[in-house]
Write a new protein. Structure first.
Length: 190
């Protein structure tokens, strides 16, 4: 596991001890950033952050800030170590919290002025957590996302099922072996 591009290019990243996380493969991460294009100045939310490698890649490529959320202490320690290794800790906020608790707290605090350009969701597999997070975000996407903000979900293709959403819409869907990336955007409001 390494940072692919940007200011921390080539930096090796630590894994979370044990098998509780599933780090994204470098080729999938590279494809993700090729799809997204420039991330300069963006603010990201990395839910279920694990090793932090997606958010760290964004920081390395010029994102202004990434908020990393994970409830597991070893993951938090790994993210902090990886941020230190890459010297990107000044642009990061690492929060040990349950993703749903964080969304409930931040949604209230954020009001209707969402600040995230991208929310990255890579939850533990086969627990239906991605659908539950999407349901929460769909209630009021503007509480978290900027007007052009998007949500990217990383799951195993076996987990995928179409969602019935009112305010978010799937606009792209890519499968790379046993990893699926689903891209959601906000529906335009009249």
């Amino acid at each position: 596991m390494r940072v692919i591009s940007g200011s921390a290019r080539g930096s090796r990243l630590k894994r979370v001890p044990g098998d509780s996380t599933r780090p994204i493969m470098d080729r999938v991460k590279e494809s993700l950033f090729n799809i997204l294009g420039k991330v300069d100045g963006e603010v990201w939310l990395d839910l279920f952050a694990g090793t932090g490698q997606v958010g760290i890649e964004a920081l390395s490529r010029g994102a202004a800030e990434v908020v990393f959320i994970d409830k597991v202490r070893p993951a938090i320690q790994t993210i902090q170590a990886n941020l230190k290794t890459t010297r990107l800790h000044n642009s990061a906020q690492v929060v040990q919290a349950d993703a749903f608790d964080y969304l409930n707290r931040s949604g209230v605090r954020q009001g209707d002025n969402g600040r995230f350009h991208l929310i990255y969701i890579a939850p533990p597999q086969y627990l239906g957590l991605w659908q539950k997070v999407m349901a929460v975000l769909d209630e009021r996407p503007s509480a978290w996302l900027t007007s052009a903000g998007i949500v990217v979900v990383q799951i195993d293709p076996k987990e995928y099922a179409p969602l019935t959403l009112q305010n978010l819409s799937l606009y792209d869907n890519r499968i790379y072996g046993n990893t699926q990336l689903c891209f959601y955007e906000q529906l335009e409001t009249e």
